[in-house]
Write a protein that binds this ligand. Structure first.
Ligand code: ZN
Length: 73
């Protein structure tokens, strides 16, 4: 079953060394319990402070990703 980052929606890859999932896009790490808890939160809860923080983080991430891409060209 493929898993996706709860922060940015990126693909999660299993890190054998850390024994947890890490996001290819933002580098967040998740274990199984964190992943299922995060999925429950996303499904059940209206937006709160955590969600607003998360959105600010992803806006920062967009900026960071695009600046990185510019440097690569
Ligand atoms: Zn991510």
């Amino acid at each position: 079953m493929p898993s996706y980052c709860t922060e940015c929606g990126g693909m999660l890859v299993w890190d054998r060394k850390l024994r947890q999932y890490s996001c290819e896009s933002c580098g967040m790490t998740f274990n199984e319990a964190q992943l299922s808890a995060a999925r429950d939160r996303l499904r059940d809860r209206p937006e709160d402070d955590d969600d607003r923080r998360r959105r600010r983080h992803s806006e920062y991430l967009d900026w960071w990703t695009s600046s990185k891409q510019k440097k690569r060209e």
